[in-house]
Design a protein around this ligand. Structure first.
Ligand SMILES: [Cu+2]
Length: 167
């Protein structure tokens, strides 16, 4: 797959995310894009959650709970001997992305809601869950997601956010 084709795929993914998510937010030089499952966050005031990846195609823990409005700093460790990644999203977004990965295994992509983690390494994602709902984190390296390498994120609605908006 050549660079132009990769760019087209990335554009298609971004367009899909924009349609699913809605508006954009600009902060400084970097553009933060609202998605259905939240928006890139800043490490300031983030709550850390540690997640381990293993070669039996599992994340530990396999599910987490978040309150709407919380920013989570995912501290992700690869305890296996093969490359893994973590990608946040809705089931639909992850399924679509996984299908693309299966078609183009060498596909390079890098967005705030995903990171690769080499064996023995540690990476972080900082994400603001500003929308309630059921979301997931998955490893989309071909075969891994299909083998069950996926975790669940439950974002419970925050009444407090609505309270604050009124004042
Ligand atoms: Cu994996």
């Amino acid at each position: 797959m050549n660079h132009r084709a990769v760019a087209a795929v990335v554009l298609a993914l971004s367009a899909a995310a924009a349609v699913a998510g809605g508006n954009h937010a600009k902060t400084g030089a970097a553009e933060r894009q609202q998605t259905a499952w939240g928006i890139a966050g800043s490490a300031h005031q983030a709550r850390a959650i540690e997640i381990a990846m293993t070669d039996d195609m599992r994340f530990a823990p396999g599910q987490i709970e978040v309150r709407q409005g919380e920013t989570i700093r995912f501290v992700v460790r690869n305890k296996g001997r093969t490359l893994h990644e973590i990608v946040l999203g809705t089931r639909d977004a992850l399924d679509g992305h996984a299908a693309l990965m299966a078609k183009f295994p060498g596909m390079e992509h890098d967005e705030p809601h995903m990171t690769h983690v080499k064996p023995g390494a540690r990476q972080e994602i900082v994400w603001n869950f500003n929308r309630p709902g059921e979301f997931h984190y998955a490893c989309l390296i071909p075969g891994h997601y299909q083998a069950g390498m996926v975790g669940a994120i439950r974002v419970t609605p925050s009444a407090q956010i609505n309270e604050r908006k009124k004042t």
